[in-house]
Each structure stands twice: as C-alpha cells, then as structure tokens.
Design a protein. Structure first.
Length: 146
C-alpha cells in the first residue's frame, strides 16, 4: 500500500527538488510537503545535514588536494566556512589559504578575521579563527552549543 500511495502521490503532486509556492501560496518541497506549516523533523534535518556535510567535504577534497592532510581543526574550519559561504566564495580567501599551505596557523586565523565574513558572522568567525590558530596542536574539544 505505501509504495502504491507514493507512486500515486508523485504522479498527482509531482516531485519538485527546489522550494516552490503551492496553489495555496505555501512554501512547498518534494512531493507536496508544506514546509511552511509542517516544517521537518529532527531526523529529517540530520539526514539533510549529513548529505550537506558529505557534499561540502567532497567539494573541498576536489578543490584542495591537500585538504585530507590538514589538521582536523583546519579541516573543520574550512568545511564550516564552505557550508556557510559556498566553495566559490571560500576560495576567495587567498591570503588565508596561503597561510594554511605554509602551516602558518596564526596568520591563517588573522586572515580569516580580516574579512567581511568575520564581520557578518561574529562569534562563529572568532571561534573558527581560534581553531585555525591552534590547528597545529592536537588537543581540541568542540565549544558547547548555548
């Protein structure tokens, strides 16, 4: 029954992979999912996040051959920034990348903070800069979410 209903709904509702407004003007996604009124579950959000993380890591590995060899903290910062900004914008941080390639972690953190990104995201940039500045040190505990 479930598979038959899925096929029926896809045939009647359609499958849209980008948000759109339904006939009632509600923001909708997928097979008629009214995300404006119904949102998503935590499990759905985590599934999407996992897919997005995998995409971001793949983009970074394709763009930066040395990415897998970076210290974990540097990988984390670059993945976070790529997730937030997108790869094309991240790649504009040329001075930061130069410092990373030279393993000059303090300068990499300073270059991160010397950006419009840092002004826009505030504490997130400060935390990422601190991670970069200490990327050569192995110990690290993620900052708790408030």
């Amino acid at each position: 029954m479930i598979e038959a209903l899925k096929a029926h709904l896809i045939a009647r509702e359609g499958l849209r992979l980008s948000p759109y407004k339904c006939t009632q003007g509600k923001l909708t996604l997928g097979v008629g999912r009214n995300i404006e009124d119904n949102g998503i579950t935590t499990e759905e959000a985590m599934y999407l996040l996992t897919n997005d993380i995998n995409r971001v890591i793949q983009e970074l590995e394709n763009a930066l051959e040395y990415y897998p060899d970076l210290p974990v903290k540097a990988q984390l910062v670059l993945a976070d920034m790529c997730f937030n900004l997108g790869l094309p914008t991240l790649l504009n941080f040329k001075k930061m990348f130069k410092a990373i390639e030279e393993e000059n972690w303090e300068e990499a953190g300073e270059e991160l903070l010397d950006s419009r990104y840092a002004k826009q995201v505030g504490e997130r940039a400060i935390y990422n800069a601190q991670l970069l500045e200490t990327a050569g040190q192995e110990s690290w505990q993620p900052k708790p979410i408030n």
